[in-house]
Design a protein around this ligand. Structure first.
Ligand code: AMP
Ligand code: GLY
Length: 424
């Protein structure tokens, strides 16, 4: 089989490495991929947002199966375009990807179908929004409606901050048209859990739970990033919480999307907060999380491509999706300065025995050598019998990898260890 994977980051590298385990796969193409994946996939240089180019490549190369991983192409209908040419895909069509593409849509969906989430108001007028935050409870949370590279959420700790956020999103158009509408919602408190799930519109199969570490610095200090590390499973996701989530969130979401004529097929990501009143949805994503995928897929025992194809063919109920009874930890190595300005072009040294555990997000080739080419450069994942061992093993590998201006958090997993009563 010839498989193509749209995207270029660490998440895509993890998907590619896992798909490569399938015996029927003869070739995997990355569109565009990055130089750090060259051992695992053929790099094409075709950009993830070049819908017409992707379809043409798929037809010319006689692709048997396509995986569309990032949010932008999904929301933009890349799956629709491939399917129109008869190419089977993993990923939702645009009409279902809207669950991530519009926060107004997802909040209204949850309200309509009684799915637990933060209370909210929608505004299309900046003045009305400004007036609202003069008297609403503080802290409050301001969210741009559309995609904003993961930066469209502002937790305002004061009325001033709330007003500034409304101005920059709605008036200064910091995120372009994504900020034409905003959601202002109740500030929730509690541990966060990421649950990715496979769904074919008939069955939901939650994957192993995980915990992201979004802030740039140790102790959850500093700016929000795309994610500085992950662990799985998440200790806050107990059996009791999982059962409630299935009953109150996962199944109702799938049913709601079906009712709306927007059947979701692919990976539906539930960003959850475990509040004192039970689990609530913070956000939906229409795709695998990054860097959640880098801890979840290494624990998957069932063949990933088999599961994906079962989703496409709507026979997920017939597949037994199994997970290793282990833990995983992924530490992201970034370029110093990320998520703000940083330098690129430093030579990378990754020992050969560590390579299988490394998912490269931002690398390029220069004079035959691998050099850094992004804010998040790579993720290093270890799996082990328990979480302390996985964390130790991940950091041991990280210390053996070197590149100029490398930066990583030293406390990935420490909150989870504390929850398990295993903190040092
Ligand atoms: P999102 O981009 O929707 O994942 O939001 C980014 C982060 O903002 C989340 O991971 C939460 O930590 C935080 N957040 C989002 N919505 C809320 C909320 N209603 N209350 C508290 N924190 C929130
Ligand atoms: N790690 C969060 C996300 O993928 O959106």
């Amino acid at each position: 089989m010839k498989v193509l994977v749209v995207g270029s980051g660490g998440r895509e590298h993890a998907i590619i490495k896992k798909i490569k385990e399938n015996k029927n796969v003869e070739c995997i193409y990355a569109l565009p991929g990055n130089a750090g994946m060259a051992d695992d996939a053929v790099l094409t240089g075709i950009k993830a947002d070049d819908k017409a180019g992707i379809v043409k490549f798929a037809l010319d190369s006689k692709i048997d199966y396509a995986v569309v991983a990032p949010d932008n192409p999904l929301v933009d209908g890349c799956v629709d375009a491939l399917e129109a040419e008869g190419i089977p895909c993993f990923g939702p069509q645009a009409k279902a990807a809207i669950i991530e593409g519009s926060k107004v849509f997802s909040k209204d969906l949850m309200k309509k179908y009684g799915i637990p989430t933060a209370a909210y108001e929608v505004f299309s007028d900046a003045k009305a929004a400004q007036k609202y935050v003069e008297s609403c409870p503080i802290p409050t949370v301001i969210k741009a409606d559309g995609l904003a590279l993961g930066k469209g959420v502002i937790i305002a700790m004061s009325r001033e901050e709330a007003k500034d956020a409304i101005k920059s999103i709605m008036e200064d158009k910091q995120f372009g048209d994504s900020g034409n509408n905003i959601v202002i919602e109740e500030f929730l408190e509690g541990p966060e859990v990421s649950v990715l799930s496979f769904t074919d519109g008939k069955t939901v199969v939650p994957m192993i739970s995980s915990m992201d570490h979004k802030r740039a610095m140790d102790g959850d200090q500093g700016l929000n990033t795309g994610g500085m590390g992950t662990i799985a499973p998440n200790p806050y996701y107990t059996k009791e919480v999982a059962d409630r989530c299935m009953e109150e969130i996962f199944l109702p979401t799938m049913a709601a999307m079906n009712k709306e004529g927007r059947t979701f097929k692919g990976c539906l990501y539930f960003g959850l907060m475990i509040t004192k009143d039970g689990p609530k949805v913070i956000e939906y994503n229409c795709r695998f999380g990054d860097p959640e995928t880098q801890v979840v897929l290494p624990l998957l025992k069932t063949d990933l491509l088999d599961v994906m194809m079962a989703v496409t063919e709507e026979r997920l109920a017939d597949i037994n999706v199994e997970w290793a009874d282990e833990s995983a930890c992924c530490v992201i190595m970034a370029s110093k300065g990320y998520p703000q300005s940083y330098e690129k072009g430093y030579e990378m040294d990754i020992p050969a025995d560590v390579k299988p555990c490394v998912y490269v997000a931002g690398a390029a080739e220069k004079d035959g050598k691998l050099v850094t080419n992004g804010g998040r450069v790579l993720g290093c994942t270890a799996t082990a019998a328990d979480l302390p061992a996985a964390i130790d093993a991940a950091y041991k590998m990280v210390k053996r990898i070197s590149f100029g201006n490398a930066y990583y958090r030293n406390d990935i997993g420490s909150k989870a260890l504390a929850a398990l009563g295993k903190d040092k």
